[in-house]
Ligand binder design. Structure first.
Ligand code: PNS
Length: 160
């Protein structure tokens, strides 16, 4: 049984993330989406909200599981009996950082392979930060994030 971990902040999950999850679920027996609970960052969504949104938008995929983690990714992968780390690559600008992370994770634990999946070109310009910036200006999020979470994002920017 080949299990992969797909880690990230997912603040919030985008259609680009969902595309990587769907495609990797066809390559691996099981995909565990690991949502980083990072105390240093101040995310828009709490860890519970991010996990819940991801569970909702991946409910149609049988072999996908969503869980949060703190600490090192390689420790989370070990705990989940995963042997592969899946990352999405959008453009050259992602490469340097991802290359460094992959090498560092390999140095931390050589048992794990990082595998990169190229984004679908129609999602190559989407990022969680762009989604948040656009939402802050009350822009249209259609097509950028799963339809069922649009109201959750716009709600965060509502002025009472
Ligand atoms: O969506 P992001 O914010 O680009 O995801 C980054 C993530 C969660 C993949 C990365 O920050 C991570 O793996 N963090 C866990 C801590 C870790 O293992 N760091 C590498 C060694 S210091």
């Amino acid at each position: 049984m080949r299990t992969a971990v797909y880690p990230g902040s997912f603040d919030p999950v985008t259609n680009g993330h969902l595309d990587i999850i769907e495609r990797s679920s066809r390559v691996f027996d099981k995909v565990i989406v690991g949502v980083l609970n990072n105390a240093d960052k101040s995310p828009l969504f709490t860890i519970d909200e991010r996990v819940e949104m991801l569970r909702g938008v991946t409910a149609h995929i049988d072999n996908v599981e969503v869980d949060s983690f703190t600490g090192l990714l390689v420790d989370f992968a070990k705990m989940k009996n995963a042997s592969v780390i899946v990352k999405g690559l959008r453009a050259v600008k992602d490469f340097e950082y991802e290359f460094q992370m992959a090498l560092l994770n390999k140095a931390l634990n050589p048992e794990y392979e990082t595998m990169f999946m190229m984004t679908d070109s129609k999602y190559s310009y989407i990022s969680s930060s762009m989604v948040k910036e656009l939402a802050g200006f009350h822009g249209d999020l259609t097509g950028l994030v799963p339809a069922e979470i649009i109201h959750k994002i716009t709600q965060k920017y509502k002025i009472d």
